[in-house]
Design a protein around this ligand. Structure first.
Ligand code: NAP
Length: 245
């Protein structure tokens, strides 16, 4: 898949699935913007990518929950490159499984702010650019949890990720007229910081292994490529077979 000269923003691109995605995009030739809050980790990720892959990486300190932070980062990227081709809404936080009545309202709000409203801010910042280009790709990172009700995760996380799937469909309907493809990936159990403390029931995974961040990145790069030009509004499952539609 050739993404030469494309510009991609990956939110939460400094570790885990986002970092693997940044590497895969750079390997396909794209210039990648790693957009997350932790400047130090952002730069470590950028330094690990640059020089090793055809595409270049750069960092943006960005908090997806802040409209101003997102707007400023998108403006800097557009000023530098003059176009934006791919937006990967990957930034996310997770609460582990717990009885519903124990759900904390503040934590509920935090999860919704990052996982759902963060996408609102990023897509709003991208739309004027995509419209003016009559071209663009949006890939939202949802979750298996949003499809099956959560196996190891809390209801707030589940609700946020189910909403991401609905939002993906709504955006696909609206942005199709501007030649913008909007899709989601729904990872299953993937080995990252997020799942470190999670007890993962291996017996529910037909492929018999926990996923690698690269497994998800491959799906994202496919959806970002012209090979997926007639695919929109879908959710690509990358879950080792835990959930089959
Ligand atoms: N791992 C899994 O099994 C799994 C399964 C299904 C879905 N997912 C989804 O996949 C995505 C990536 O997860 P992961 O496992 O790679 O998690 P991770 O290793 O914990 O990484 C999360 C990333 O999100 C960024 N982030 C968090 N809050 C942010 C904010 N307010 N603004 C900008 N960036 C923010 C973090 O960077 P900073 O802290 O520097 O901002 C970090 O780069 C998430 O949406 C997650 O829900 C993961």
């Amino acid at each position: 898949m050739n993404l030469e000269n494309k510009v991609a923003i990956v939110t939460g691109g400094n570790q885990g699935i986002g970092y693997a995605t940044a590497i895969s995009l750079a390997a396909a030739g794209a210039n990648v913007v790693i957009a997350a809050r932790n400047t130090k980790i952002n730069w470590e990720a950028v330094n690990n990518i640059n020089g090793l892959y055809p595409g270049k990486a750069r960092a943006e300190e960005m908090d997806v929950t802040s409209k101003e932070s997102v707007k400023a980062a998108f403006e800097r990227v557009y000023l530098e490159f003059g176009h934006l081709d791919i937006l990967v809404n990957n930034a996310g936080i997770c609460n582990l499984s717990q009885p519903f009545e124990n759900i904390d309202e503040d934590k509920w709000d935090q999860v919704m702010d990052v996982n759902l409203k963060g996408i609102l801010h990023c897509v709003k910042a991208a739309i004027p650019i995509f419209k003016s280009q009559n071209n663009g790709k949006i890939i939202n990172v949802a979750s298996l949890a949003g499809e099956v009700g959560g196996i190891a995760t809390s209801a707030d996380y589940v609700a946020s990720k189910a909403a991401v799937i609905g939002l993906t469909k709504s955006l696909a309907r609206y942005l199709g007229q501007y030649n913008v493809n909007v899709n989601a990936v729904a990872p299953g159990f993937i080995a990252t910081e997020m799942t470190k403390e999670m007890s993962i029931p291996m017996n529910v995974i037909p492929l018999g292994r926990i996923g690698r961040p690269e497994d998800v990145a491959d799906g994202i790069v496919f959806l970002a490529s012209e090979r997926a030009s007639y695919i929109t509004g879908t959710t690509l499952d990358v879950n080792g077979g835990v959930f089959m539609k």
